[in-house]
Ligand binder design. Structure first.
Ligand SMILES: Cc1ncc(COP(=O)(O)O)c(C=O)c1O
Length: 353
């Protein structure tokens, strides 16, 4: 029996995707080889890669101005690679301090250019998305579309006159996007569309400077990967294959609008219970609550522990909050089923306290 899995990433995937991924790992379509045992340059694999690129372009309606890249190193490496590619060392980059992943981003970008926070919600323990209007001469604005640990999410992206560079690791492929606002979007796969080991990067080629005084190592230069269709080096083939299975799944379900509808259904179930249940409370202001990571706590640390034990005894895994935050975090990405969320809510309605 599969557990009701609320891990924040790597995270649960639809069982049909896991089954197909498992079958392909053992014997890809009866060919007598695993999908992980063939060359990344063989037509079998390059056809899969082309299909993954085409599906991403289809989901977002991307024109040829956009490149779809598949890179190793996680979103963590993009926190350095994006500013390296998009700026001169003398440029300014604006950030919004939404929490943990904004801090990681500004720390990384500070080595590449002049990175600064425009606004912060630190004083209120990152319980909201600070509102900003002006970017004070920055070359671009970095946003974390969904703060995985803090449980906040942009439901409207800022109106500014520079491109947004977005870390969408915890909400990519979960809703349609106003693509005209973005210059670069990147996301590790292991939350919403696959397993760990691959990062999908969307680059609007118009935001890449024609010339830079910076010497970018070839392996970190977006131009290298655009020219080589992500095959400059040995691409992590199996994680790309699983991402393709997830893209097919998303497309078959009805695309990004359907993922968004399901996220609303799942998050409303949980947040309604948090708001109804006198033992529980949310930790984020209502309008900025994440529909991917619902964070909440009970009335005391002892009660948190009692509830955690009860949930775990009833087949829930991965729901403990991040250590610095405490409480609970129910991660409800694309792979999470409405049934598992309903099971969690039923348990919360019947806490033995
Ligand atoms: C919003 C966000 N950005 C970046 C990362 C880092 O991703 P990775 O560990 O794959 O580099 C994470 C990981 O949880 C994340 O949630």
């Amino acid at each position: 029996m599969r557990k009701h899995n609320f891990f924040p990433g790597p995270a649960t995937l639809p069982f049909e995707v896991i089954q197909e991924a498992a079958a392909g790992l053992v014997d890809y379509h009866g060919m007598g080889v695993s999908i992980a045992e063939i060359s990344h340059r063989s037509p079998i694999f390059t056809d899969l890669l082309d299909e993954a690129n085409a599906l991403v372009k289809k989901l977002y309606g991307l024109s040829d101005e956009w490149a779809v890249l598949w890179l190793p190193g996680g979103a963590s490496s993009q926190l350095t690679v994006a500013p390296m590619n998009l700026t001169e060392p003398s440029d300014k980059i604006a950030f919004v301090d939404t929490g943990f992943w904004a801090d990681r981003a500004i720390e990384a970008a500070s080595n590449e250019a002049n990175a600064f926070y425009l606004a912060s919600s630190k004083d209120t323990n990152h319980d909201r998305i600070p509102k900003i209007t002006d970017v004070q001469g920055a070359r671009y604005l970095h946003v974390v579309s969904n703060e995985t640990i803090d449980g906040t999410q942009y439901h409207q992206f800022p109106e500014v006159d520079v491109p947004l560079v977005a870390d969408m690791t915890s909400d990519f492929h979960s809703r349609p996007l106003p693509m005209e606002k973005f210059g670069v979007i990147f996301a590790s796969a292991q939350k919403n569309f696959g397993i760990a080991g691959i990062t999908c990067v969307l680059v609007n080629k118009n935001v890449l400077p024609d010339k830079s005084s910076r010497k970018i190592p070839k392996i970190f230069d977006y131009h290298t990967h655009i020219a080589e269709n992500s095959l400059y080096h040995t691409i992590p083939t199996y994680p790309v294959y699983v991402a393709l299975l997830m893209l097919r799944y998303i497309d078959k379900q009805g695309g990004l609008a359907e993922m968004q509808r399901l996220s609303q259904v799942k998050s409303s179930l949980i947040y309604s219970e948090i708001d109804r249940n006198p033992l529980l409370q949310g930790i984020v202001v209502t309008e900025d609550r994440s529909v991917m990571n619902a964070c909440f706590k009970s009335q005391s640390l002892e009660m948190d522990q009692q509830i955690l034990r009860f949930l775990e005894q009833n087949d829930i895994v991965g729901i403990k909050g991040f250590p610095t935050k405490g409480g609970f975090r129910a991660s409800i990405y694309n792979g999470q089923s409405v049934e598992s969320v309903a099971h969690l809510v039923e348990l919360l309605q019947n806490l033995p306290l």
